[in-house]
Design a protein around this ligand. Structure first.
Ligand code: ZN
Length: 272
């Protein structure tokens, strides 16, 4: 068999999803196809190696068009903050018109918008955010649709779901209906201590909820302490309104700030 670069020279290269690469002869207009295997190297007339697995990659990428859902809370000066504490300031310190550039001084509480709570938030000598391995914040995820829960998520609510070791668990509740700039709602749906104990017993990677706290009405903060003691990290302030899927791939990137308890994070969900 002739090498591809010989076959394709002087011919128009075409690609057919059904038949693979082919070349139409200029002389008689007939078309010839050269099915490629995963190990084939495709060499175009210019002699450039395009890809070892070009056909395989091309077909796979057409099949799997990724849908990325941004589940982060937009940070603005009028956004909802925990107990309406109003800490966010985005102060323009340079302006394009007067200074030839735009720069901003940012001030905010460490628990603003979508953020990770590290063990140091409640536990003496616990890990700070920068010590949390990113692999604990990335991976296959399950979205538990709990929009019918009215006050708190208990172990009983969670038992209905299939939860495995190393899952990332996202709790979608009716909190998701609240606007990102609405006044703080002190009656948000939360994960109670029995729910936290249940998730801890499953050895999940991390758990996220769609409000600015994961618990309330528990003076000893049992939900935080139970999860953080097992290094199950907590994501608060997710925006799950547009999430209809029950599984996906989760990515969380906290800002790389040293020695702090918590910090804002960009969080996405990729639909499979
Ligand atoms: Zn927090």
């Amino acid at each position: 068999m002739k090498p591809f670069d010989t076959i394709f020279s002087n011919k128009k290269i075409t690609y057919s999803l059904r038949q693979g690469f082919g070349a139409r002869s200029r002389a008689n207009g007939t078309r010839k196809h050269f099915p490629l295997h995963r190990s084939s190297r495709v060499i175009f007339p210019l002699g450039k190696i395009v890809s070892r697995d070009f056909k395989y990659f091309f077909l796979q990428s057409r099949k799997k068009l990724m849908k990325i859902i941004d589940i982060s809370w937009p940070i603005t000066e009028n956004m909802t903050e925990y107990k309406d504490r109003k800490t966010v300031q985005l102060k323009k310190i340079k302006d394009v018109d007067t200074d030839n550039m735009f720069e901003t001084m940012i001030t905010m509480h460490s628990h603003t918008g979508t953020h990770i709570d590290s063990p140091a938030h409640f536990l003496k000598n616990g890990k700070t955010v920068d010590q949390v391995k990113l692999k604990k914040l990335i991976g296959p995820c399950k979205v538990l649709h709990l929009t019918n829960v009215t006050e708190k998520i208990t172990a009983q609510d969670l038992e209905k779901f299939d939860i495995d070791v190393n899952d990332v668990i996202l709790l979608k509740t009716k909190n998701s209906d609240l606007e990102p700039t609405a006044p703080f709602n002190a009656n948000f749906v939360y994960l109670d201590k029995t729910g936290a104990e249940y998730l801890a017993s499953k050895n999940i990677k991390c758990v996220g909820i769609d409000y600015l706290g994961i618990e309330r009405n528990q003076p000893e903060h049992e939900t935080h302490k139970t999860l953080l003691a097992k290094e199950i990290f907590i994501l608060e302030g997710l925006r799950l309104k547009n999430v209809t899927v029950t599984t996906g791939i989760f990515y969380c990137f906290p800002l790389y700030i040293k020695n702090i308890d918590s910090c804002p994070s960009r969080v996405i969900l990729i639909e499979e």
